[in-house]
Design a protein around this ligand. Structure first.
Ligand code: FAD
Ligand code: SF4
Length: 459
């Protein structure tokens, strides 16, 4: 295995097992009303679900989303090639759902205006719909909005957080005393807060020492668009999590012998809803303006479908986060700086997985297929994914991780750093289910262990 690792790869163990986390995945799914089909219930493989998933103790609380035309075609083609398609699990409600906090979310109507918008049906699960209304009713909970945290203040020996400084909406600096601090401000800002506050040793890529900023990773997206003359998709309908997916080429689910890379990804046909203006797929070679372009847009905008890859990215010594030496925010504090590029391992993986997408697309009989492979260097310009991971990774060794398996800072034990910043590398899956499970896991450890005896939970 060691020989298979690409040069400079710093991917590492999580310091925790799936079995330890399973109960927390289940809690997250129940609170957030996830819709899906179980593929492995207590070790029994079930038809219709993901046969590769770890054993789960319960089914999803809601049924899967409906099947779109693109999803049905994908499933049919994938099955004909021997793959095992299943419905993409989704945090958009597939029916009206009341969770254990007594909060009700409405059913999704597949309106197609999903990903960057609020939901007119209250059908998207998020802290705002699934948790906060219950918390706000609690007398010992206070939500302070527009409070921009700029620093966690430590005591003189830098082993204990004593307060948090934030700037409120009127520009006033407020110091809030704290017994316990949870950094939950997304991957980048978690790492930035740690660096600005002096929590843990900053990562140095030259010596490969230090941990805060280490193992930043991203997701490796690619895919194909298939164009048809004889199929219409009604793609104005859709939903953020509507799709069919295969896991046959993820992680270790397939034989990597001779392929020259490690890792993998999920392959899916998603029907997110093609919005006007923003969505106008045309085959490669179409003029980029004028009447020929207009004709192609009119013809193909509803006669095309995409098959995409959400691919893993390993961690590398050369990919990291640190404080920017030049750029500062409105408070004069350094911004976080991201140093990142895809490596040969990811390019090979992407090539291979995109080839599998092409195979599935060909089985559908399109008139044209365009492949979008990873070539050249990483560019921040086109939208690829919001799935950023690492920088304050969890693990069993303080020399290579910023937080222990309970997401507790090794250096300042009354600070917990929660989020995908804890992922040691980016797996070939979307992150939020794991973020949710880790959050419950850390909260349990705080409630059941830390509060009884404040101090390091792992020594
Ligand atoms: C368009 C889009 C589509 C996505 N689709 C998917 C998907 O299909 N599947 C999936 O798994 N994931 C998806 N994600 C990613 C998902 O949203 C994140 O994984 C998830 O929200 C991370 O949760 P978090 O609590 O760690 O951070 P966040 O949800 O980002 O919450 C961080 C909070 O911290 C606050 N904050 C930040 N800085 C400060 C500060 N200095 N002071 C005070 N507060 C601060 C922010 O305002 C925010 O409320 C998507 C994201 C986007 C934007
Ligand atoms: S598609 Fe998205 S925005 Fe529209 S109803 Fe469903 S969850 Fe809400």
């Amino acid at each position: 295995m060691a020989r298979a690792l690409p040069p400079d790869c710093t991917s590492q163990d999580w310091g925790i097992t799936y079995a330890e986390l399973e109960r927390q995945f289940d809690r997250f799914e129940q609170v957030y009303g996830i819709g899906g089909a179980a593929g492995n219930l207590n070790g029994q493989i079930l038809a219709g679900g993901n046969p590769f998933e770890g054993p789960r103790s319960r089914d999803y609380p809601n049924p899967p989303m409906k099947e779109s035309h693109a999803g049905a075609l994908f499933s049919h083609a994938a099955r004909s090639l021997g793959f095992r398609p299943f419905p993409m699990p989704s945090a958009t409600m597939t029916r009206a759902y009341t969770n254990s906090y007594g909060l009700t979310m409405g059913p999704c109507v597949y309106c197609g205006y999903c990903a960057p918008f609020g939901c007119e049906m209250g059908a998207k699960a998020s802290p705002q719909t699934a948790v906060l209304p219950a918390l706000l009713a609690s007398p010992n909970y206070e939500l302070r909005t527009l409070a921009n945290v700029v620093r966690v203040n430590l005591d003189s020996d830098r082993r204990r957080a004593v307060s948090v400084t934030y700037v409120d909406s009127r520009g006033r600096e407020v110091e809030q005393p704290a017994e316990l601090v949870l950094l939950t401000s997304f991957t980048f800002n978690n790492v930035r807060q740690m660096l600005l506050s002096g929590i843990g040793t900053p990562y140095d890529p030259v010596t490969n020492r230090g941990v805060v900023g280490r193992n930043y990773a991203y997701q490796c997206s690619s895919g194909v668009t298939a164009f048809f003359e004889d199929k219409v998709f009604n793609s104005f309908m859709g939903s953020g999590g509507l799709g069919r997916v295969i896991d046959d080429y993820n992680g270790d689910n397939f034989d990597h012998a001779g392929l020259g890379f490690i890792g993998g990804g999920f392959i899916s046909a998603a029907s997110l809803g093609s919005r006007p203006i923003v969505s106008h797929p045309v085959p490669a070679g179409t003029p980029t303006w004028g009447s020929a372009w207009k004709r192609a847009v009119a013809h193909y905008s509803d006669r095309s479908m995409s098959i995409g890859v959400g691919g893993a990215v390993q961690s590398y010594r050369t990919n990291y986060l640190d404080l920017d030496p030049t750029y500062r925010d409105a408070f004069g504090l350094p911004l976080v700086r991201m140093t990142f590029d895809f490596h040969e391992n990811e390019r090979r993986m992407s090539d291979f997985l995109t080839g599998r997408c092409e195979e599935i697309a060909k089985a559908l009989g399109p008139s044209k297929i365009d492949a979008n492979r990873h070539r050249g260097r990483y560019s921040i310009v086109p939208y690829q994914s919001t799935h950023n991971t690492g920088g304050a990774v969890m693990g069993a060794d303080p020399a290579t991780s910023a937080v222990n398996k309970y997401l507790q800072s090794w250096d300042v034990p009354n600070v917990f750093v929660i989020g995908a910043s804890a992922f040691p590398q980016n797996a070939g899956y979307n992150p939020t289910g794991t973020v949710g499970a880790l959050t419950y896991w850390a909260a349990d450890a705080i409630k059941n262990h830390y509060l009884n005896s404040p101090g390091p939970l792992v020594t």
